[in-house]
Design a protein around this ligand. Sequence first.
Ligand SMILES: Cc1cc2nc3c(=O)[nH]c(=O)nc-3n(C[C@H](O)[C@H](O)[C@H](O)COP(=O)(O)O)c2cc1C
Length: 195
Amino acid sequence: MTATHASAESLFTAGRSHSSWLPKPVSEAQLRALYELAQWAPTSMNCQPMRLRWVVTAPSKQRLIDCLYEGNKAKSEHAPVVVIVGQDLDFPATLPRLFPHKTDAQAYYSGKPDLVASTALRNSSLQGAYLIMAARALGLDCGPMSGFDMQAVDAAFWSGTTVRTNFLCNIGYADHAQVKPRGPRLPFDEACTIV
Ligand SMILES: Cc1cc2nc3c(=O)[nH]c(=O)nc-3n(C[C@H](O)[C@H](O)[C@H](O)COP(=O)(O)O)c2cc1C
């Protein structure tokens, strides 16, 4: 399926968080197509702190599964791809290239680790949400997860870098028959106010 077939139904109302996967592979070309869409997420000062590790090989998969909480291990074991959504705390270094018209953009973050951390988390989370929607737009299913030992994943996959893990996402073709009933959503009048 191409992105042009995506609808509000496939992106939102029928879009679920999946845990059971069909034994159907996902190609590198699909992962590249996925990033091609997800890259258009808006980020503050176009900073794009998200970094991705696509975990597909058996040894990498095992290293990751060793870091997961028990209840999540089988979910990733059977997913053809698990993507580690990371956040690069050195994102200010890319600002001269990504936001060239603001010449003091990099300096703005200098000596402000809390601002760097909150900016990296906020924007990589937004990019990660776009990644999920991009996968759905391409006919893939997702299962985001935060139930894992974050320091262990950092050590196993981002050692020697300035990247830290944000969340994981299983990607593939889900067994839709296995998905649990949909949880309720907060209604407009509880979640929102118009001021
Ligand atoms: C950041 C994040 C972390 C999550 N962590 C887990 C997890 O560790 N294990 C799990 O089974 N589901 C996890 N979920 C799935 C949520 O429980 C699911 O998105 C939520 O219940 C809504 O389900 P629905 O999208 O099918 O409506 C996570 C979802 C998000 C967005």
